[in-house]
Design a protein around this ligand. Sequence first.
Ligand code: ADP
Ligand code: MG
Length: 350
Amino acid sequence: MFQDKNIPNTPISDIGEFELIKKITQPFKIDQKNTIVGIGDDCSVLEFKNNQILVSSDTLVEGVHFDLGYVPLKHLGYKSVMVNLSDIYAMNGVASQILVSIAISNRFSIESIQEIYNGIKTACENYKIDLIGGDTTSSTSGLIISITVIGHAKKNQITLRNGAKPNDLLIVTGDLGAAYMGLQVLEREKAVFKVNPQSQPDLSQYSYCIGRQLKPEARKDISSVLSDSKIIPTSMIDISDGLSSEIIHLSNASKVSFILYEDKIPIDSEVIKTCEEFKINSSIAALNGGEDYELLFTINQKDFKKIKNNPSFSVIGHATNDINENYMISGLGEKIKLEAQGWNSTKKSN
Ligand code: ADP
Ligand code: MG
């Protein structure tokens, strides 16, 4: 495991579960006015007045979703919050509270759990989220982190996957493929490290990709950009599994199809360079890689002028009135059928 030799390694059995919970949750402060009761009772109490409530959870399992060989614990805590917030932002909502449940084996020290919570705390501070509870239990094998996020939105602002109409524009935020390439670099370095533990690689030329893999940011900013521009997307989803499978999700839910233009997919120059080195087609990294945590949404064409100058958005295609006929027009003008090859952790052996 990623171990900082300067940090003590106190076994959890020294203090027991209740003291551990106290230690890890004490640094958190409540600052949302809709949190009435936080940690410490049998339930937390929330009050949302006129909003509808959004709830979602995601679980990260050691060896399936993360590898402690190269993921620092603090980043793991941060990322597990981001993965959850992203689902609320994908509904055009405001995220406000999380519950964090962890299963830990005796391999973990008090300090290592505190490291995870340091990352969770940084995420809560950056995104104005209250930690309002969770659960702590033991695991006989790896580490499991399960987070439930709570958010809210006005009824008429909530954006589902099912509202895209033919001719709507398909838009993506940020750029794609970097988190996947970051993972390729980290996996390669892990293999090198196994052979030569003294190796001290210079990874600075991959810093954007590695940053996007280890410390992704959820797109909290987008819902306010959209509401300032007076746009309610017709459908929306976050990109956790790769562009291709998310397009197919919108297509199936909305009963439309999409034409995607390969040339329009936003890809950072570092990703293109890294793809060349790894002999991976950069469009494939964007289409089938995962964990970008960008937002993919559709808008009515008449709204295009409101956002066309915003660098956060790329129009990458449009909806058609076909059913299950999702295509990409390649840079060479070929028509390629999109398939749901989303990153599937249950199939992939890590
Ligand atoms: P209970 O017996 O009701 O399950 P616990 O002793 O498990 O209570 O938890 C005590 C309080 O600490 C509760 O408010 C619970 O939500 C919170 N809590 C427990 N574990 C965690 C954790 N890993 N992270 C955050 N809050 C936690
Ligand atoms: Mg409990």
